[in-house]
Design a protein around this ligand. Structure first.
Ligand code: 8ID
Ligand code: ZN
Ligand code: ZN
Length: 350
């Protein structure tokens, strides 16, 4: 029985108060499914959306969230391959046109007319969320819906980023922002892919998590280190630096530093999106080291399925804490202060 009303976290204006209140349950359109969201991760992107950090407007009023794991409870008349009762994930890319140059070549994150969950369409900080059937991630029924939630954005994004880095098994990758949601999963995907990792973040809690449970071989504390560039390079056996750098921090400074410590022929992959930040790299060093600097943006449907499959095979343990949907404001507060090691997952029933 689908209720007419449900609990949701709503904002009426950018940066305005979060309102935990009842709103109507939407009806799926012909090509959509209605998903009873059980758990939703909280991604730093949700905080950017609330604060209006980016040069792209959100819908208003807005229900945020895009790491939603749940069960299909209704579907439109054109939907054939998703069944009622299926376990699915609502990702950042809620839908895309499926017809443009990019969609046709399975680069659907680059679609010029995407629907973005918790940004241009209502997201997963509610009990019942709409998703385009073509884009919902398929979650095997034996997987726990709380632990899989962070994989639906953080996991997919870092897995794709590691593939884009071109790093090969046995090579070194530096994860910048390693203690956060994306960073913690990045270390585990890297390890599962045969890469060796240097974690960069700050604080003893994150240091311990990275070294003891995420699989990093070295930890550089950016606020204690007197020379991050030297320390990162020194962490590789020949002192020439990591083959790849995954930037998942929410701060401009490391985006300027990475080109300095990446190995000659190495690749810097930008994933984090600090407000108003610019990339800057010395032309001389970039040339004589032949480095590559690129961006990486979520993943396509195949990347999503692969990232979930790594989890299903027991290779990824998402470090998460669960609180009620009603407690979202306190999660944002901790996130703003950089106090979250791993991810927070919201239980939509509380
Ligand atoms: O598709 C994409 N490109 C994509 C997908 C998902 C998320 C991009 N993102 C973006 C988010 O919008 C956000 O800007 O990735 C960024 C990281 O998201 P997150 O992992 O959800 O954020 P977090 O959990 O708050 O972790 C950020 C970590 O960065 C560290 C913090 O201590 C925290 O652990 N950090 C900071 I802030 N400055 C640092 C520095 N100078 C740093 N770590 C190392 N060096
Ligand atoms: Zn996200
Ligand atoms: Zn398209």
């Amino acid at each position: 029985q689908i209720p007419k009303e449900q609990w949701a976290q709503v904002i009426e204006k950018t940066g305005g108060p979060l309102q935990y209140r009842k709103i109507p349950v939407a009806q799926p359109g012909p090509d959509e499914v209605l998903v009873n969201i059980k758990y939703s991760g909280v991604c730093h992107t949700d905080l950017h959306a609330w604060q209006g950090d980016w040069p792209l407007a959100t819908k208003m009023p807005l229900v945020g969230g895009h790491e939603g794991a749940g069960i299909v409870v209704a579907r439109g008349e054109l939907v054939e391959d998703v069944q009622i009762g299926d376990h699915v994930g609502i990702k950042w890319l809620n839908g895309s046109c499926l017809a443009c140059d990019f969609c046709q070549q399975s680069d659907e994150p680059l679609c010029p007319k995407p629907q973005l969950s918790g940004y241009t369409v209502d997201g997963t900080f509610q009990e019942y969320c709409i998703g385009k059937a073509a884009h919902v991630a398929r979650i095997p029924k034996e997987l726990p819906l709380d632990a899989i939630a962070p994989v639906l954005c953080a996991g997919i994004t870092v897995y794709k980023g590691l593939k884009e880095s071109g790093a090969k098994p046995g090579q070194w990758v530096a994860i910048v922002g390693a203690g956060g949601g994306l960073g913690s999963l990045a270390q585990q995907y890297a390890k599962a892919m045969g890469l060796r990792t240097i974690a960069i973040d700050t604080g003893d809690e994150k240091k311990e998590m990275c070294l003891n449970t995420m699989g990093a071989e070295h930890f550089v504390d950016f606020s204690k280190s007197s020379n991050v560039v030297k320390d990162v390079q020194a962490a590789t056996p020949d002192g020439l630096g990591p083959h790849a750098v995954l930037l998942v921090a929410v701060n401009e400074k490391p985006f300027q530093q990475a080109a300095e410590y990446v190995r000659p022929r190495g690749t810097v992959v930008c994933i984090g999106m600090p407000a108003g930040a610019y990339l800057k790299a010395p032309v001389f060093e970039s040339v004589v080291k032949m480095i590559t600097i690129k961006g990486s943006y979520v993943g396509n449907r195949q990347d999503s399925a692969e990232a979930i499959d790594f989890f299903a095979r027991g290779l990824i343990k998402s470090p998460f804490k669960t609180v009620g949907l009603s407690e979202l404001p306190s999660v944002y507060e901790k996130m703003q202060k950089g106090e979250i090691a791993g991810r927070y997952v919201l239980d939509t029933t509380k």
